[in-house]
Design a protein around this ligand. Sequence first.
Ligand code: ATP
Ligand code: MG
Length: 463
Amino acid sequence: MPKSRILVIDDESAIRDSLRMTLEYEGYEFLGAATGQEGLALAERDAPDLVLLDVKMPGMDGIDVLERLRSLNDQLPIVVISGHGTISTAVEATKKGAWDFIEKPFASERILVSLRNALDQRQLRDENRSLKKAVEVRHQMVGESPVLKQIMAAISRAAPTNATVLITGESGVGKELVARTIHRNSLRSRERFVQVNCAAIPEELIESELFGHEKGSFTGATEKQVGKFEQADRGTIFLDEIGDMSAKTQAKVLRVLQEGEVERLGSARTIKVDVRVIAATNKNLEEEIEKGQFREDLYFRLAVIPIHVPPLRERPEDVPLLVRHYMESFSRENNARQKRITPSAMDVLQRYRWKGNIRELRNTIERLYIMTGGDTIDVADLPSAVRSPAGVAAARPAASGDADTAKAGTLREFKDSAERTYLVQKLRENGWNISKTAEAIDTPRSNLYKKLEQYQITQESDG
Ligand SMILES: Nc1ncnc2c1ncn2[C@@H]1O[C@H](COP(=O)(O)OP(=O)(O)OP(=O)(O)O)[C@@H](O)[C@H]1O
Ligand SMILES: [Mg+2]
């Protein structure tokens, strides 16, 4: 921790000397000024963390100095000291923004306590501000493509209403970010945002997760549980991967949307809830409806405001802004110097088919940031999968995985290609049943879905 720098403005040299001793002994850095003018000049030049200011001085009056210091920096804590301390000076100083008022003669302990409090308070405020800033930056939607602008416009129109929103798009395009942005800009922003990943929760548990249960309502229900809908009361519930919900659960969710009430498992009592629903999926729900996998009536209830987030490869205009955004945030997070990226490297990044979308871009930039030694990122620094035409080809694997394996140049390409072959094999063995396959290879369904998306595996592509 750097030493805090204290500026003492007092015309009495005895006071300055004794404060210098006290402050330096306590580990502060001391700056002294004998007049208001000198103090202001030092405040401007040396950016002190706190000012101890005498009120009665020849020349410029302390209250004037206080005002000038304030206009210089309204965050700077100022402790006023005075031998002629009348209540009115104290009141005036406080009105003009002094942190504290101390009368001469003072015990050095009194000064130290006031100083410590002011500095703590200031540090808290600074931390608070930078945390807030970090959170804002992390949740910022970056991009300038026409389609992203349309999405932002839809968000601002939808946010203040209670309308249900259905967000669709591939993995990693920013569906969750859209959902959070809507909540943050809504009248419910002070209430909770409760997220439920419908694909990650086992079928048998999803209902009690969503609606809660009473103690003893089923084997294993040893404690009562409050469901996510109840937890989200007055706030927003985000039903992620809604396309993976079973028919039975769909029926129950539909009921909540229609009636605005939930029933805990094992209870006959209905509980009113005031919840705004935002749902997301990377599936095509219209197709799911045709296949009989998704209820049409639920679809219409959810898609009051539909927002589709297209893949990054369909909006390459957003790539440069996103790259810069992530480069800036990584250097800020790591307190490292800002790196530069050459136009040709940017060009390659812009042409790459980001199958993992913004998540993949973010990870790529983070890796680049760590792995590139110099201050400039050029084409040669980019991962070979991004750089080489072969890498782009491997990003869109052909139907036959074996041929891909033979073609793979880098370890990463080989791994991807082997993983794809393995998945296709296991899916075939399990008759293309996702749940069965996920169970067989011991991975969450959501992960399997992501892989299918990533390698663009479909039953049809397995020709
Ligand atoms: N427009 C954007 N600007 C900045 N960051 C973004 C943008 N869109 C997405 N991101 C970031 O990309 C990452 C992936 O986004 P998010 O988790 O919202 O995607 P998703 O569509 O929900 O993905 P999945 O379907 O895999 O759950 C997050 O780190 C998110 O902050
Ligand atoms: Mg998501």
